[in-house]
Design a protein around this ligand. Structure first.
Ligand code: FES
Length: 125
């Protein structure tokens, strides 16, 4: 069972994820970092609905990159437009998990869901 770790503001949140039983969130590819994040309640911005048409789901993979699907041309082209691009950058909606992975969610791509009200507040650096 893959362990997926999201790092937000230096805080690590790890989840042991049974990918086959994780309810698909209909945003991004099934089993993608975005799909997993939404399934476990970690808010990652996804302005285009996980269709590789924005860069708001940009994450930086800090370990386990070999346990993600290969970077495809459309993702690479889109990533080229991302702010603060790094060699470890991926789009969470395209990177499908197959093993243990840790990724950082940059401050400028983060959303917070206000408890109870469902209000989404974007945070920009
Ligand atoms: S959500 Fe838009 S590219 Fe991933």
């Amino acid at each position: 069972m893959p362990r997926v770790t999201f790092v937000l503001d230096g805080e690590r949140r790890s989840f042991d994820v049974e990918l086959a039983t994780l309810p698909y969130q209909h945003h991004g590819l099934p089993g993608s970092l975005l799909d997993v994040a939404l399934g476990v309640g970690v808010p990652i911005e996804h302005a285009c609905g996980g269709n590789c048409a924005c860069t708001t789901c940009h994450v930086i993979v800090t370990s386990g990159a070999e346990h993600l699907s290969e970077l495809e041309d459309d993702e690479a082209d889109r990533l080229d437009t991302a702010w603060d691009l790094t060699p470890q950058s991926r789009l969470a909606c395209r990177a499908v998990v197959s093993g243990d992975v840790e990724c950082e969610i940059p401050a400028y791509t983060r959303n917070y869901v206000e408890e109870g009200g469902g209000l989404r507040l974007g945070k920009h650096a």
